[in-house]
Design a protein around this ligand. Sequence first.
Ligand SMILES: Cc1cc2nc3c(=O)[nH]c(=O)nc-3n(C[C@H](O)[C@H](O)[C@H](O)COP(=O)(O)O)c2cc1C
Ligand code: SF4
Length: 439
Amino acid sequence: MRVSLLASPLRLGAREAKNRLYRAPVLEVAGNGPDAARILRRELEPSAASGCGLVFQGACLVTPEGGRSAPGLSRVHDRAFVLSLRPAVEAVKAHGALLLMQLGHGGLQTMELWHHAYRQEHPDLATLAVSEPPWWMKALSPLLDLSRVRVMTDDELRALAEAFGAAASHAAEAGYDGVHLAGANGSVFQQCWSPVFNKRTDAFGGPTLRDRSTFFRLVVEAIRRRTPRDFLLTTKVPAETEAPFFVRDALSLDEGAQIARIAQDAGVDAVAPVRVGVTRDQATARGAFPEIAWSDPRWQKGYDAAFGRARKHAVKAANRVAAKAIPFEPAWNAAFCRAVKREVSIPVLCEGGLREKAEMERLLGSGACDMVGMARPFYAEPRLAWRLLHEDEDARLLCESCNNCTIPQVTGAPGVCRTPEILAKRGEMMKRGAYGPRE
Ligand SMILES: Cc1cc2nc3c(=O)[nH]c(=O)nc-3n(C[C@H](O)[C@H](O)[C@H](O)COP(=O)(O)O)c2cc1C
Ligand code: SF4
């Protein structure tokens, strides 16, 4: 019998993951209410209980206001709130998984820019940018409201870096094994690295990637200063290969690999390279145009609130175009991971379109990466780890990347699979005991 690399342990910084399978960060929509710990436990524990070696909690915001890229994200600037998540943390870790909280800030790309109702509810909230928005964003006005954009001062960027450190210290105290920086998907980190968004001439900008890494280095320093020595620190790393043709200077694959090197030099324990665009778009989660999700009457009120009645149709059309322009590819980040592996000696985490066990074993075996992760498939099968670890090499996950789960989330809807055929298949598999013993 062939040895499964997926099931073999991996050294991650000062810790060890019991296998090479991880749950990539996706929205849990846990918010900051009294139910946050219960929701997080419900969303995260099945992945750990079914065998995942590493679990990433989806993006959490490090500031008390602003920076929010989607509804339902938790804010983790408040120590008492983070400590209240302990029951969820303990439940996940009791299964032997490592648990990392993802920390983020949307910078320019936040709800103040695109969410109609949120803008009206927060009339005084500024949108904090690294530099003046590029011309093509200005051309998209009034689809995007740039009237409240303010370029961050040197002091504000330094304070934001410290906020990452403070949030990480709360996470350490609550029992998390580490934090994962939201380094891609249009975040403030990507905006600092990208020449498209960073035109600064002060300490945070400049012609080279190293010049534009000052913010990232300050964040890493703040986290290392405020957390124990064995606390894990990982990050996503972007390459803006899916930028539209009219966007000049987008980060290439090679520049993405250099960023991974910079992250390693700064003291990061592992990197997850992802090919993205320059806005929060289909490139992050490639898949089909989600017709069912767009036409479902249950979400129309929420779409009206999110996009505005008239603009909703423009957003839907743009989503249709993006789904065609950036099609699904199995393991679409594998080549980027290989390029990063040539640059760094720390573990490289591969995610994006991984659906077949044989392919995961191949990627691990060929040295393309050190761990493999999935995001949407966990919505479709919260206990998929059991199948991957116990079934033969021909095991295939149910998720069809149709994206019916993603669009309703702009309304604050929970992250669940919304495709009836997939849910029916999951039900059959559950009856057959495919997900292991139920706790
Ligand atoms: C609904 C949804 C929410 C996501 N939220 C995050 C997030 O909070 N942070 C992040 O780094 N990536 C996020 N992602 C990207 C995923 O981590 C992952 O890279 C992407 O979905 C591709 O993997 P998949 O094909 O297995 O879904 C999200 C993706 C989806 C679909
Ligand atoms: S709706 Fe279900 S099948 Fe479609 S992408 Fe989401 S999880 Fe996968």
